[in-house]
Design a protein around this ligand. Sequence first.
Ligand SMILES: NC(=O)c1ccc[n+]([C@@H]2O[C@H](COP(=O)([O-])OP(=O)(O)OC[C@H]3O[C@@H](n4cnc5c(N)ncnc54)[C@H](OP(=O)(O)O)[C@@H]3O)[C@@H](O)[C@H]2O)c1
Length: 304
Amino acid sequence: MKILLTGASGLLGNAYAEAAIRRGHKVIALYNTTEPIAHGIEQSIQIDAQQLDKITVLALELWPDAIINCAAISSPSDVDADPKLAEKINVALPRHLSQLSTHLGARLLHVSTDMVFDGHSAEPYRSTDMPSPSNLYGQTKLMAEREVLEHNPEDPVVLRIPILMGNSINGQRSAHEKLLAAIARGEQPKLFCDEIRQPCSASNVAEVLLELTERRDLHGIFHWAGAETMSRFEMGQRILQHFDLPLNSVQSVCKNDDPEFANRPSNLTFNLHPIVSKLKTKPATFEEQLEELSHVEPLRSPNR
Ligand SMILES: NC(=O)c1ccc[n+]([C@@H]2O[C@H](COP(=O)([O-])OP(=O)(O)OC[C@H]3O[C@@H](n4cnc5c(N)ncnc54)[C@H](OP(=O)(O)O)[C@@H]3O)[C@@H](O)[C@H]2O)c1
């Protein structure tokens, strides 16, 4: 298949490009500031995704079989810092890609987040549960889901995913990279023991996205996550153990003890039905996710 991939330089986009190329697909990789590195990319093209007219021209020229949208302002704090940009990349871009995919007859896969939920549920969220985001990032992602479904009613896939593990191109985007970089700066990061998550590796999500790219019989909103649930603090402890670092490099804190953090989602775990029984890919265990991680460079700094 000819696949147009946005956000190809991101944590997930890079993993998807690698997986799709391994399976023999032609990947045309779009990026903004960081050149994609996946070996075997058909073409890498720099486009600021705010320029929707350029994306239209490119899509009509290439006429891809599938469009995979991994581009986003993916950090809640970056969304808060520049809500206008976030609206353009997180909402206007997916709306436009959805319209284009309908015109082209292309398969559209859009990536969303567990943060469309407020985390108040005691049960793992089902894909049919009513979203209710508690931050602006989650709101933009929910708006995008609705745009995608509205403008491509026949064949869209929205895949909601949890916090991602893995190795990013610039070494700054995944959970372990941010944690180890903070420790290397001499900080003792605070991790919440009452924030429950279901982390997954970017490579595992990429395999799921790839199966969904090829499976035109599956459409709608799906949930995917790792095989285990744990607190953010436990995640941190297991990352430290994996890298043989002292367990007291992070602090355990309770978000419910501090009103500043009270609004953060407590429980963002997913019920993976129905796709877990329809795909060959299985949710990755946390040990499998840890085994893929590279050590982050700053930890080897003599100034540490
Ligand atoms: N990471 C997580 O833990 C997580 C959790 C849940 C859901 N998600 C979702 O998963 C998807 C992928 O996230 P990720 O972690 O791979 O994000 P990421 O590493 O931050 O990558 C974001 C990608 O978007 C591109 N991008 C941003 N602004 C752009 C612009 N103006 N024009 C063109 N491209 C632009 C970036 O390009 P450059 O790098 O070239 O600037 C990069 O390729 C997103 O939809 C995100 O919301 C992520």
